[in-house]
Design a protein around this ligand. Structure first.
Ligand SMILES: [Zn+2]
Length: 245
């Protein structure tokens, strides 16, 4: 009788032990998720300076690394995606990007310069990309034309606010984290819209320098919606915005 009890304990113990480990891991995962849930109510925060981070041309194989950096500093951004990049390869990346509270705008379907194609093609570029975004249960809020190229005729047919930038980090040109940082950090002021790209490793590293410096200098780093909302500016369709001032 005692022997069978001994064996019973030997058999049951590992289940209890590993069961405990699993439940503690589960808790960690849950805590992790809760910790990084986006805080959308920014009205109680008291920041005197605010800037928006924006990323063009993704999603790409570096988008997840950009998200890692944003997550590290508890920051969200706006991603202007290219329709042709919204393939199944990046489904998980896009789902993560959205879940973390980042927002998505359209940077064209094929990245063709809007001012160099027919107006009907511009509409198609936007519609195709928005259709793909609907697959992620979101709709684009903004348009950023490729190369920032826009004219008055196009403004009349684009039924979204057109978000440009006033700080170009030139990450596409320098491809060196320190150069990107040095090129942009002094140009950033209250209300700035910062342009970066999420398809260079050097941008990931530069971001890891830019964010802590801005936070140290008292900046709140937000996405486009939050930036204009904090500045009490109502965005209008067909109007261009380079900063929130
Ligand atoms: Zn672009």
């Amino acid at each position: 009788m005692k022997l069978s009890l001994f064996f019973l304990i030997i058999i049951i113990c590992p289940f209890i032990f590993f069961g405990t480990i699993k439940s503690s891991n589960q808790k960690e995962i849950n805590n992790h998720t809760i910790e990084y849930e986006p805080t959308l109510n920014k009205t109680t925060d008291n920041y005197s300076k605010v800037v928006a981070l924006t990323f063009d041309d993704g999603p790409s194989s570096y988008t997840d690394e950009i998200l890692d950096v944003l997550e590290k500093y508890n920051v969200t951004a706006t991603f202007f995606v290219v329709g042709t990049n919204l393939n199944t390869k990046y489904n998980n990346t896009m789902a993560r990007l959205i879940k973390l509270g980042n927002e998505v705008g359209i940077h064209g379907y094929s990245h063709k310069e809007f001012t160099k194609i027919k107006q009907s093609k511009v509409v198609e570029e936007i519609e195709y990309t928005n259709k793909l975004l609907k697959g992620f249960n979101i709709e684009a809020k903004y348009i950023r034309p490729p190369y920032g190229s826009i004219n008055n005729k196009l403004k009349k047919i684009i039924e979204y606010p057109i978000i440009l930038w006033n700080v170009d980090t030139l990450d596409w040109k320098y491809k060196d984290a320190l150069k990107i940082y040095n090129n942009s950090i002094d140009d950033i002021h209250d209300g700035s819209i910062i342009l970066m790209h999420d398809h260079y490793l050097s941008s990931v590293k530069a971001l890891d320098l830019i964010i802590p410096k801005l936070q140290e200098d008292g900046y709140k780093i937000v996405n486009i919606t939050e930036l204009f909302s904090l500045k009490d500016i109502n965005l209008e369709n067909g109007k261009t915005y380079r900063s929130a001032k």
